[in-house]
Design a protein around this ligand. Sequence first.
Ligand code: C5P
Length: 209
Amino acid sequence: MIIAIDGPAAAGKGTLSRLIAEHYGFHHLDTGLTYRAAAKALIDAGLPLNDEDVAQKVAGEVELADLDRTVLSKHEIGEAASKIAVMPAVRRALVEAQRSFSKRSPGTVLDGRDIGTVVCPDAPVKFYVTASTEVRARRRYDEIVAGGAPAEYDAIFADVKKRDERDMGRDDSPLKPADDAHLLDTSEMSIEAAFRAARDIIDAALKKE
Ligand code: C5P
């Protein structure tokens, strides 16, 4: 069983994916972390973010077992990740690792931007989790402030908007819902309610397996 979860930044797909993986005892991969790990490796090595050959090499060395959310969650790393995510060679390297992860037993939950459309187009259950830009920027702002760092809402709103444009507007694997994805808008829906809705859909799909 593969569960594909896509959506824009801060829509709640990470939390939802973790809840689903825990509930069903499935392996979870936050594919955003793979792009973040490649971006951080480039930054740490003082390498440019606009050289596709260099970025591809670094992406090929990303180890899924080493992905550390705490280290990679910084807002700036997310920005850098979305810059290298437009490069087809970087995507090829990371998608290969993501696809092989998706085959783990007894099941997997992968979340990202292109899981239902490109990485696992045959996944039997797909969700597209979204929320308004305002709600997502507010969540990101609250997260940063809760972590004790200074934040400015307007700047975060602008960043979220810019990241959406980059992720939705790129030529290779743009962010968009798969034709057969279930839409979950969390603007006014709690994550618990989204989880309940997702569970009903997954339970129905499991019965059919
Ligand atoms: O989800 P997260 O914010 O960690 O992702 C960071 C960036 O990585 C995204 O803005 C996007 O550009 C890229 N990404 C992607 N495809 C995925 C997951 C993330 O292009 N499947």
